[in-house]
Design a protein around this ligand. Structure first.
Ligand SMILES: [Cu+2]
Length: 127
């Protein structure tokens, strides 16, 4: 009895798991549309890190971390939402030494999905 039920259970579980993620009313997941600095760009020290998402995030759900090439965290200002919480920015308080940097962001979409990503940019030497 149990043995016969197991395959059916597995099928049902798979259906539930796949179905949950592909629910027809869900639509697109939130994603990062663009950023400033842009991914893989080379810039002089930016005044801020700015992220444009494809949809609004939940309130106070967005974090932006900036890490330098040595893995050291660079302190940023508070994350500030704009444009109906689709745009988020954090100020860069000081000059950045030339080198590569990684932005790691995390947010929660209105549908409750936690979305995260990262990208890199470089700060050019000043001469
Ligand atoms: Cu989603």
């Amino acid at each position: 009895m149990i043995r016969r039920a197991l395959p059916l259970f597995a099928v049902l579980l798979t259906t539930v798991l796949v179905g949950a993620h592909a629910a027809p009313d869900h639509g697109e997941h939130l994603q990062l549309d663009r950023s400033a600095p842009a991914a893989d760009s080379t810039v002089s020290t930016p005044a801020e890190i700015r992220l444009w998402f494809s949809q609004a995030t939940q309130e106070d759900a967005t974090s932006i971390r900036l890490v330098d090439g040595d893995g050291e965290l660079v302190e940023l200002g508070e994350v500030t939402p704009a444009e109906g919480r689709t745009v988020h920015s954090a100020s860069v308080p000081g000059a950045l030494a030339p080198g590569s940097y990684t932005v790691a962001w995390r947010t929660m979409a209105a549908d409750g999905h936690v979305v995260r990503g990262d990208f890199s940019f470089a700060v050019a030497s000043t001469r």
